[in-house]
Design a protein around this ligand. Structure first.
Ligand SMILES: [Zn+2]
Length: 88
């Protein structure tokens, strides 16, 4: 089954995370292969494989999606481009 995936900047400079349309986060672990970043914590077996511009998903997640975390990443990424004034 193929799935829409968005590449977004990760925490470390030059790193990326991959966010699927159903709000899960994947990391690249070898060329063209990605695994769920919760794979360790939840023994999650979900995998993505990259074929050119397309992504195919294998297996299912063993945990809830990461909607909140994805929102936080989006906020962090926009905060780094225009730094808002801090108010106390
Ligand atoms: Zn997972």
């Amino acid at each position: 089954m193929d799935i829409a995936v968005q590449r977004v900047p990760g925490k470390r400079a030059g790193s990326f995370v991959y966010v699927t349309e159903d709000n899960y986060i994947f990391h690249l672990y070898k060329e063209r292969a990605l695994r769920c970043r919760k794979h360790k914590h939840y023994a999650c077996l979900a995998r993505l494989t990259m074929f050119g511009e397309r992504f195919f998903i294998k297996s299912h997640h063993s945990h809830a999606n990461e909607e909140n975390e994805i929102e936080r990443i989006a906020v962090e990424n926009s905060a780094s481009t225009f730094s808002p004034a801090k108010t106390l």
